[in-house]
Ligand binder design. Structure first.
Ligand code: HEM
Length: 504
């Protein structure tokens, strides 16, 4: 009995000492370590806490850094690093990008998740470079103009949806309404389908999407934690990461592709991807390509549009609309600009939307205050020495950028908590400290959908604010954020009063 006890004590002591040793990496390198690390777990419990959102924990650490430009963390036993100063952020995301090409590497081995290995956002190294160069031409200004009319039809459907709701109620639930809008836009542009979700909220497409994005169940949370903490274990056991709904979307794109092969083009994202696939086929006929574009690559990127563009854009629309309801003066000013634009252009053309400086300023300021993607990260792909220091970042270390904290730092923003769109007007733009503002990330691996998201969001806001006066529900003029892990989101029942405006 005594021997067993001694063995247990020895094993526990050795394990504890090993954890201590692994957790001394930053201390030994002379780097400040964030408080709150636990043996074996490191700071993972802080990152995954639902009670205390990740951005607030990171912000507490960020505020205590003083003049230090970075801070060490531990994910289980592995060191990770926060880079917390705009110049260093630029160095990592742009100048020394070849050391930080990848995101967190997870290999999905289950059949259902196989598609995830082909997503641009998950791909690594040369595979990512190849996909990015194929996809980038689909997001140019010219391509956005080409898709503008498809998006405009959906913005009109959004107005119909709101008007229909207002026949029986005064309040509109923001997430529902903008979620349906972004879904309609994505189904039209990326899946090549008219799903009419704004006309029929119970459409299969909407039900499937809501299931895909619903708050995770306990089982899903456990899986998420497992994937984060023990990716190799999940790989080996071929554990499914996604919900079964993903199969539905794969089938939808497959069917749309078959339909398109028979003829009928719409100038949408699916057409552009098929064009890229055909060009790629010609190239592979000349020489063998390591990463050929197949129908499954096309399907993966359509699914990515949904995963990366649905919730993010809908949340940005909710935040901007809520802020404008909280600030009636700014709302009036926006409406004046929109009316002038309509007088000049007759209708909301692509150019009119691009000319709307105050609209741009309002959405930019909203993305500053509430960036849906509140942090971004890269994996170190080649050992790296932080410039001007002896600190070595080992290969495979995760390096992250605290977007939310940079957006709220009084060193870069006067009155950081106030909604002041003027700071983003063209005459003030040069005062914005670059890399202290990065709602779409930065550098070669920034958000590829930025132009599309802004076009989609601006068009919806322009149409909504020209048609309705939007105000807070009495007694509910504070924005409540969702506790769900992941993106920064408003609570799902956040509502506003919409009052139709007299057009004469
Ligand atoms: C307001 C809406 C959106 C916001 C705030 C947003 C934000 C971001 C951010 C912060 C990143 C990480 C960038 C980095 O690490 O430097 C990102 C990546 C990405 N976003 Fe967006 N995004 C939005 C909409 C969209 C849309 C509509 C699409 C549609 C295609 C999209 C596709 C992507 C993709 C594919 C990546 C990964 C890029 C890569 O790894 O090469 N996003 N986004």
């Amino acid at each position: 009995m005594v021997v067993v006890l001694l063995v247990v004590v020895a094993v526990v002591t050795a394990a504890w000492a090993y954890s201590k040793y692994r957790h001394s990496y930053w201390w030994a390198s002379g780097v400040t370590t964030a408080p709150g690390s636990l043996p074996f777990i490191g700071h993972t419990h802080k990152f995954l806490s639902r009670k205390h959102p990740r951005w607030l924990f990171i912000d507490q650490v960020y505020k205590n850094l003083g003049d230090s430009k970075f801070c060490g963390f531990y994910e289980q036993l592995k060191p990770s690093l926060m880079v917390a100063e705009p110049d260093l952020v630029k160095t990592v995301l742009i100048r020394d990008f070849d050391h930080f090409v990848d995101r967190r590497r997870v290999k999905f081995t289950s059949e259902r998740d196989e598609i995830f290995n082909q997503l641009l956002s998950r791909a690594s190294g040369d595979h990512w470079r190849s996909l990015r160069s194929i996809l980038s031409p689909n997001f140019t200004t010219g391509r956005m103009k080409g898709m503008f009319n498809l998006v405009a039809l959906k913005a009109d459907a959004l107005l119909d949806y709101i008007n229909r709701k207002l026949k029986t109620q005064q309040m509109i639930t923001l997430k529902r309404c903008f979620g349906l809008y972004t879904l309609e836009v994505i189904s039209s542009c990326a899946f090549g389908m008219e799903t009419n979700s704004l006309a029929d909220e119970n459409s299969v497409f909407n039900t499937m999407t809501e299931n895909l994005f619903k708050p995770p169940t306990t089982a899903m949370r456990i899986k998420y934690i497992l994937f984060r903490m023990y990716p190799q274990f999940c790989e080996a056991l071929k554990i499914n990461f996604t919900q079964p709904e993903i199969d539905f979307f794969k089938e939808v794109v497959q069917e749309a592709l078959e339909q398109r092969e028979k003829g009928g083009h719409r100038g949408d994202f699916l057409d552009l991807m098929m064009e890229a696939r055909d060009n790629n086929k010609k190239e592979s006929a000349i020489g063998s390509l390591k990463y050929p574009v197949t129908n499954s690559t096309v399907a993966a990127q359509s699914v990515l549009f949904l995963l990366a563009g649905y919730d993010t854009t809908a949340n940005a629309l909710c935040f901007t609309t809520f802020l404008l309801a909280q600030h009636p003066e700014q709302q009036q000013r926006l409406r004046r600009e929109l009316k002038e634009l309509i007088l000049r252009h007759d209708t909301f053309t692509y150019q009119a939307i691009m000319d709307a400086n105050y609209l741009d300023a309002c959405i930019s300021e909203s993305l500053r205050l509430y960036p849906p993607a509140h942090f971004t990260e890269r994996q170190c792909t080649k050992q790296y020495r932080l410039p001007g220091t002896d600190v070595v970042v080992p290969r495979s270390t995760m390096v992250f950028v605290p977007i939310w904290s940079l957006h709220h730092d009084p060193r870069y923003w006067s009155q950081p908590s106030a909604f002041l769109p003027d700071r983003f007007l063209p005459e003030n733009r040069d005062k914005v400290v670059s890399a202290a503002y990065l709602p779409f990330g930065l550098g070669p691996r920034n958000c590829i959908g930025m132009r599309f998201a802004l076009m989609e969001a601006k068009l919806a806001l322009a149409k909504v604010f020209l048609e309705f006066e939007v105000s807070c529900v009495p007694g509910q003029d504070h924005l409540i954020l969702s506790q769900q892990l992941g993106l920064m989101r408003p609570s799902s029942d956040l509502s506003l009063v919409f009052t139709p405006l007299d057009k004469h």
